[in-house]
Design a protein around this ligand. Structure first.
Ligand code: PAF
Length: 286
């Protein structure tokens, strides 16, 4: 696996693969890779002949006071994992390479509606930062397909929308969340949890599962259901940011008539913000 740091080298390597008739898959990441990322690379190598990954901790998607500076940077270990998983090319640019003219005057991509609410409400500008960097990366790599984790459900919806709205000829694939044995969704931020908090964290997924189970049993009083589970999260020592039931396609608040739903949660454990979701389609039960 080759690692390149400039757009020029990236374009040259992708052009070479393309001239050999290869189908290009792209997996954008912020590094500190875990089994969830490895699953994305594995999927990419099944779907394409040439797999490109990127590692870039994008300052544009971090708000003031968020964890940009302490976000874990583990390039050598990440390179090893990518190699093992079948990645062919890693693009690991500097901030200057991505934003050579600085970020203040950078053209932005914003996806209204889908970016509002949920994580968009508590992280203003976050999805604009994501949509902008993903658009730039897509234009740099020009892949046939790109693969993202479903753990960031709202992010995936935003990316699907931008690709559709801006007519980018890229197939977007969402991969199921990889979980620890106790149900906790794998995330680079789990490394910030103390031992005590790590023991509490699985309550997040248990909460989602309990709500899904109640809905399957016929419960449709969503506010009551949510309130009861918010209390459970608080009792376990979490500080919930949101816990919501939404329509899985348009992310509008779910109604009693909805069949395809997603239950989404964000909650703080200490200073670590955990997010997770559970997709519940009543017409095709898992
Ligand atoms: O999900 C992530 O790791 C990031 O938001 C992404 C998509 C790589 C954009 O920086």
């Amino acid at each position: 696996m080759n690692t390149v740091k400039t757009v020029r080298e990236l374009r040259a390597a992708v052009a070479r693969a393309r001239s050999e008739g290869k189908r290009i898959a792209f997996v954008p990441t912020m590094g500190n890779l875990h089994s969830g990322h490895v699953a994305l690379i594995t999927k990419a190598s099944q779907r394409a002949d040439f797999v490109v990954a990127s590692i870039f901790v994008n300052p544009l998607q971090f708000g003031a006071g968020e964890d940009l500076d302490k976000y874990p940077r583990t390039l050598p270990a990440d390179q090893e994992k990518l190699l093992q998983a079948g990645c062919h090319l890693l693009f690991a640019p500097t901030v200057e390479e991505m934003y050579p003219d600085g970020m203040a005057g950078q053209t932005r991509v914003s996806v209204p509606q889908l970016s509002e609410g949920l994580c968009g409400a508590s992280r203003p500008g976050h999805f604009e930062g994501v949509a902008t960097v993903v658009s730039k990366l897509f234009n740099m790599v020009q892949p046939d397909l790109a693969i993202f984790g479903q753990k960031d459900f709202q992010q995936l919806a935003v990316i699907r929308a931008l690709v559709h709205d801006l007519n980018m000829p890229i197939q977007i694939i969402g991969e199921p969340t990889v979980r620890a044995a106790d149900g906790l969704a794998l995330s680079s931020r789990n490394g910030f949890l103390s031992e005590e908090h790590r023991a509490i964290a699985p309550v997040v997924y248990r909460t989602l599962s309990a709500i899904a189970e109640s809905i399957k049993q016929g419960e449709r009083d969503f506010p009551a259901l949510i309130n009861a589970q918010l209390k459970q999260l608080e009792a376990a020592g979490l500080r919930p940011d949101y816990l919501e039931i939404r329509n899985a396609l348009n992310l509008r608040p779910a109604t009693a008539e909805d069949r395809d739903m997603v239950i989404l949660v964000a909650a703080f454990l200490g200073t670590t913000r955990l997010i997770d979701n559970l997709h519940l389609n009543l017409d095709s039960p898992a």
